[in-house]
Design a binder for this molecule. Structure first.
Ligand SMILES: *Cc1c(COP(=O)(O)O)cnc(C)c1O
Length: 400
């Protein structure tokens, strides 16, 4: 059986039909099983942060695989300690917990919110547990994170959701303020929405949320799973607004392609999790931590965050140029840094396919947006190549 047949027969159909089989990657490029080469600006949905098979990452993973892979959290491992130190040094005073995916990291944030709520309610459980999220948010597919994801297409078929979520409007402070009561434990928000279509939280809005949280003793928790780790030209996307977080979640690019998630909790809240209150068998194992440490070292060693901040304006300008050139199909450029997209007037799926035909892998987002999620190592030339391909495809769509 070929791969398509194997999928047809043995893989559950919770994803739409896949049309391509990828077999190899190197840097910004990936190859399919027909030998066709692509500029990979899908990067496994913002996961392959260093591109494919970055030599420093490969060396670190190979070495660790041959040394020690997994121990459980019943034992210490040096790499987990060093990784936590590296993140805390960039994020601010606090502590880390590691797990294996984004949704699992957000579950940890939601449990942190419950513990905070219990403390706020002087030890009473279930009194203060509400979490306010933003319209069009995406926080994951497990029950807690799914309940925090106010989208019918995600929740459909799985109701009833977990109790205790309320939904405010992005960049509408009063819509959040109205929802705050004595039962409110936390606000959970993406500084730049990923799956939701690349809406950005404005600095004034996040500063307003910070003030509301301070006033009411509510945790301000950021989902940095997609927008964090340098992608927007800052280590964390909420840092663009100059606000401080009580906690945030990471995953996707954290271990440069290896499955890993984690949360950072600000110093003043690190006593909330007590022994036995949470856990993850695989979380922070030596292999994942070696991969993530390599990712952090390359991020710094190659000055990627500064490069992204420097290279983005010209890229956005060029993308704005092709949007202006094809107004019948293209609406506008969205997003920030290497988390950018083009909103279209036409359905995105055929455009995503046409881009693939022309050798560019992209990631569709909610509604009308096609996301460009270059690896953090992408150069000016790679960015320019993506513009040229997009231009060609938009021209073709316009003439159809
Ligand atoms: C991808 C994503 C998640 C879920 O991560 P998984 O690893 O797929 O569970 C949660 N929040 C945001 C913002 C994401 O982009």
């Amino acid at each position: 059986m070929n791969t398509a047949e194997l999928y047809e027969k043995y893989i559950l159909s919770n994803y739409g039909v896949r049309t391509h089989t990828l077999v190899r990657g190197e840097g910004v490029r990936a190859w399919d099983d027909t030998g066709k080469c692509y500029l990979d600006f899908c990067t496994g949905i913002a996961v392959d942060a260093l591109g494919h098979s970055h030599p420093q990452w490969v060396r670190a993973v190979q070495k660790q695989a041959a040394t020690l892979v997994h121990t459980s959290n019943l034992f210490r491992n040096e790499l987990q300690g060093r990784l936590a130190q590296a993140i805390v040094q960039k994020a601010g005073p606090g502590k880390m917990f590691f797990c294996n995916s984004g949704t699992e990291a957000n579950e940890a944030l939601l449990k942190l919110a419950r513990l905070h709520g219990r403390k706020k309610a002087s030890g009473a459980e279930g009194v203060c547990h509400k979490v306010i999220v933003a319209e069009k948010a995406f926080h994951g597919r497990t029950f807690g994170a799914m309940s925090a994801t106010p989208q019918d297409k995600i929740q459909n078929g799985f109701r009833p959701m977990l109790d205790g979520f309320a939904v405010g409007k992005m960049n509408d402070l009063s819509s959040f303020e109205k929802l705050i009561g004595s039962d409110t434990a936390a606000i959970l928000i993406e500084a730049v929405q990923g799956e939701g279509g690349l809406s950005m939280a404005k600095p004034e809005f996040l500063q307003g949320l910070r003030a509301l949280c301070d006033k009411h003793g509510i945790l301000l928790m950021f989902d940095e799973i997609q927008c964090g780790l340098g992608r927007v030209g800052k280590f964390l996307a909420f840092q663009l607004s100059g606000v401080k977080a009580d906690a945030f979640s990471l995953a996707k690019g954290l271990a440069g392609g290896f499955p890993m998630g984690g949360i950072w909790v600000a110093e003043q809240h690190t006593d909330l999790f007590t022994p036995g209150s949470h856990g993850a068998t695989f979380g922070g194992n030596p292999l994942a931590c070696a991969a993530a440490l390599a990712m952090m070292e390359v991020l710094d060693g190659e000055g990627l965050i500064e490069k992204i901040a420097k290279q983005t304006p010209a890229w956005h300008q060029a993308l704005n140029g092709i949007v202006a050139k094809h107004p019948k199909v293209a609406k506008e450029v969205r997003g920030v840094g290497y988390m950018t997209g083009i909103a279209l007037h036409v359905p995105t799926a055929p455009v995503v396919m046409a881009l693939r035909e022309e050798g560019l892998l992209t990631a569709p987002a909610g509604g009308d947006v096609i996301r460009l999620l270059p690896p953090l190592i992408a150069t000016e030339a790679d960015l320019a190549e993506s513009v040229a391909i997009f231009d060609k495809v938009l021209a073709r769509m316009e003439s159809n």
